[in-house]
Design a protein around this ligand. Structure first.
Ligand code: ATP
Ligand code: MG
Length: 483
């Protein structure tokens, strides 16, 4: 799925090292290799067996460090020319020769593993490379050097991946963040970054992270989910997809809501895919995650403050600036602060067809969240005025949810119809009704059309987005038994 290049591959030739770096030392890139993913299981039958396997791991790690150091002594990687694949091949050849010179008894598989792990340290992100090349992994959560969880197919599990120590983990973090021009040290202990393939990375280092550096990687992979995948996974039905396509195409302002990891960004990316290629799109994000396929896209990313606390460029700054960039559409990765009011205003003042996401647990909760964000930002607007802005800006709210068992679905598509007195009125057009869970603990239910026809159908028609009225007939669109 990812082709030859691994997503985490940031080729930074290692600097010569004379010995294993001291724990907590300033991070130097690609030095000593860490322990392996394929370490034998920690639990073993008897204490002597446990000791033996521990010794074997230590021997293997020692060998890896020796090999890595010899490689650095022998090759000046900074002077080697060629593309990454050629470099990798050359280094692999040298490593094979070095491995042969080592006087240790390794079987064929161990020898291969040794070489591939040293290569991962040299060119990639060390112990994380194995999970990074697994397309089913959606999250990698590193809680200090000795505990790494991954989420795949909606399930979270502890892996056997370990870093040698905190300094080793810090070097990997440094490699990731420095590749996007950021840094992570005592003055900047919280950082957002991304991998080459667009995966989002957040790192928090000690002393803020008490048990060693913590890193959370949100994977999207080189091939992010498409509408075909959504339908195959029963995340949506073709009718709901067609409705959303018409709404985006027909310049409705769409708000995606959902909890953490519910699939908001993935959905935003796919909704953005319905924007016609003829339009100019400006995307604004904290760490660029969106992967739009249209040709006319300007991607903007925020910047954290520098070491003196200056130079921060926020989502709001970029949003205000984007209004002067003649955008047809503005796509904001997530509104979570003062930019929320600016986004509503932009949607109300000629940039219709814009899209964003908000962290909220239901379509109705989205209104309360917006009110809170606007008030907390210090705008002294009466509640009614905020609601009016919301009601006239947002046409459709789409809710993403991670259901019991891990499946992610579009669970509500709601039209914002206006205001009655002080209350925003909404009507659900499509819903996923969960009826229970199956034997595997996965959610069971059905997508339904509520029988309500959205009020903007005529508007869509005038934009050439003709929808089959049948999709709004009250009925079950698709049943899902969770299998
Ligand atoms: N419909 C889906 N089916 C299966 N996996 C999905 C689906 N939607 C998203 N995912 C996967 O779930 C993970 C979380 O998705 P995403 O980052 O879009 O969520 P989010 O709500 O934006 O998270 P956050 O709140 O952390 O920003 C990603 O790895 C993504 O590939
Ligand atoms: Mg997101």
């Amino acid at each position: 799925m990812f082709g030859k290049k691994m997503p985490g591959n940031i080729v930074t030739p290692p600097k010569p090292a004379s010995g294993p770096p001291a724990s907590g030392a300033a991070p130097a890139l690609s030095q000593g290799p860490g322990s392996s993913v394929a370490s034998p299981p920690k639990k073993s039958g008897s204490p002597s067996k446990g000791r033996a396997s521990k010794e074997k791991i230590e021997q293997f790690n020692g060998l890896k460090m020796r090999l890595h150091r010899k490689l650095i002594d022998q090759l000046d990687l900074t002077r080697m020319v060629g593309d990454e694949d050629t470099l990798r091949e050359k280094v692999k050849e040298v490593l094979s020769q070095l491995a042969d010179q080592e006087n240790t008894l390794l079987n064929f598989n161990e020898r291969q593993r040794l070489i591939s792990e040293v290569l991962d340290e040299t060119f990639g992100l060390g112990p994380l490379e194995v999970t990074l090349s697994d397309p089913s992994v959606t999250d990698i959560l590193v809680n200090g050097p000795k505990q790494v969880y991954v989420e795949s197919n909606g399930k979270l599990r502890l892996t056997e991946i370990e870093f040698r120590d905190n300094a080793h983990l810090m070097r990997v973090i440094d490699k990731i963040v420095s590749a996007v021009g950021r840094r992570c040290d005592e003055t900047c202990p919280l950082v957002d970054a991304r991998l080459e393939d667009g995966s989002r990375v957040n790192a928090v280092i000690p002393p803020l992270a008490i048990d060693g550096a913590s890193m959370s990687i949100r994977r999207f992979g080189a091939d992010p989910l498409t509408w075909e995948d959504y339908i195959a996974f029963k995340s949506v039905t073709p009718e709901i997809r067609d409705f959303l396509a018409a709404a985006v195409n027909g310049h409705m302002n769409v708000l995606v809501v959902g909890g953490t990891g519910s699939g908001k960004t993935t959905l935003l990316n796919n909704l953005s895919g319905f924007i016609p290629e003829t339009e100019r799109i400006v995307t604004i994000e904290d760490a660029a995650e969106l992967q739009l396929r249209q040709p006319h896209v300007v991607r903007l990313e925020t910047r954290p403050a520098n070491i003196e606390g200056k130079g921060r460029i926020s989502i709001r700054d970029l949003l205000i600036n984007s209004l002067r960039m003649r955008p047809d559409r503005i796509v904001v990765g997530e509104c979570r602060g003062p930019e929320t009011l600016d986004m509503l205003q932009a949607m109300n003042t000629g940039h219709d067809g814009s899209l964003t996401t908000i962290h909220a647990n239901s379509t109705r909760d989205a209104v309360a969240r917006v009110e809170t964000m606007v008030m907390m930002a210090g705008f002294e607007l009466p509640l009614r005025a905020i609601r009016q802005q919301f009601a006239s800006a947002i046409n459709v709210i789409v809710q993403a949810q991670r259901l019991t068992g891990g499946a992610r679905k579009i669970v509500a598509v709601t039209e914002v119809t206006g205001m009655e007195g002080d209350v925003i009125t909404m009507q659900d057009i499509f819903e996923f009704e969960q009826t229970g869970v199956n034997g595997d603990g996965r959610a069971v239910g059905q997508f339904v059309s509520t029988g309500i026809r959205p009020s903007f159908l005529e508007r869509l028609k005038s934009c050439g987005c003709d929808l089959n009225p049948d999709i709004f007939t009250r009925r079950v669109l698709m049943a899902d038994d969770g299998s």
